[in-house]
Ligand binder design. Sequence first.
Ligand SMILES: [Zn+2]
Length: 424
Amino acid sequence: MEKLVALCKRRGFIYPGSEIYGGLTGTWDYGPLGVELKKNIKDQWWKSMVQLREDVVGIDAAIMMNPKTWEKSGHVKAFADPLVECKLCHQRFRADKKDEINEHGKNNHPGLIVDWTDARQFNLLVKAYLGIIEDKQSEIYLRGEITQGAFVNFENVVSSTRVKIPFGIAQIGKAFRNEITPGNFTYRSREFEQMELEFFVKPEDGEGDKWFEYWKKERMDWYKSLGMNAGKLRFRKHEDTERAHYAKYAEDIEFDAPFGWSEFEGVHHRGDWDLSRHNLSYVEEGEKYTPWVIETSGGVDRSALFFLLNSYSEDGDRIILKLNPKLAPYKVAVFPLLANKPDLVSKAKEIYDNLKPQFMVAWDDRGNIGKRYFAQDEAGTPYCVTVDFQSLEDDTVTIRDRDTAKQERIKVDRIHKYLEEKLT
Ligand SMILES: [Zn+2]
């Protein structure tokens, strides 16, 4: 884990949020490589959940919503964690995190007996104030989940598109939670991005169960199709006591992280909780009913972290990020063998310029070629193209594969086709 955190900072995947001012707990900034990784994850998700489907449409709802939304959704009342406080240092912890509570005593107050307060409820919604006149400002919440945006737009989507039940509304966006104990790098943050599907079905047990199982499989398959190691993934059913206030039943997809099995996507049967709370219904051939909702709720940041952990490997002193090429920040790097030979540089530049419109391409002419390969391996770049002296004679280049470190010579006019085949 420490190695990955160091790599993320060194190579520009993830930095601590507002670091020059000492940071802000629970926030992270994505650097040039991290933003590409996240964008690729979101693009792949959108492609599989919206573009390739006839029964799902996308929306992008506002982060700031009428506060009634959160009263109706139950978050103002129930979106709370029971907290206990250490009487020695007043640090607070979630009462259900027994391990963290035990660790705290051992690490922070060795040899002392730690006394804890009784558990008290603490709401996770982040408050904000809106309006230009100070004493007339209205109190709102930054959305604690993107989910409600799909529900408040349910009628708009039904009346402005041709969707018919069963159908889904997909959305990607930021959400905010006043997490008490953010931690494990980006895993538990106060600002994070979600990618969610709300799928509306007829309120019948058979339909609900069928689609719940369907979406469980779809989502698990999606992670595997992008290279997530099947042995590091599992489903975990929520116990009756831990289910969120809206859930009829729920299962998590978990990853075997260095800090233990950890949730990064939930599949939830929300029943008619949300639509009935918002007084929404659906009319089908004269029959009016409140649909049930099957939800798939994934974290973009958690996915990014787990894809990074899943792909991290070492070979001697070489670090290789074996990211699926579809997720890799740069698809290809182009080098002139020597930076001080203008013929090599101009030929390499030409190739770089030709690839740019279609692929994210890295350019590197520093140091020796071995060091450049090392640098691209660390960034997860699947292919490196090198222009050498032979290139000037026969219009060929070497193309190197990140995972095998093998090189082959191909014609310059074949590079596009070669990459297209490997990347799609
Ligand atoms: Zn303490």
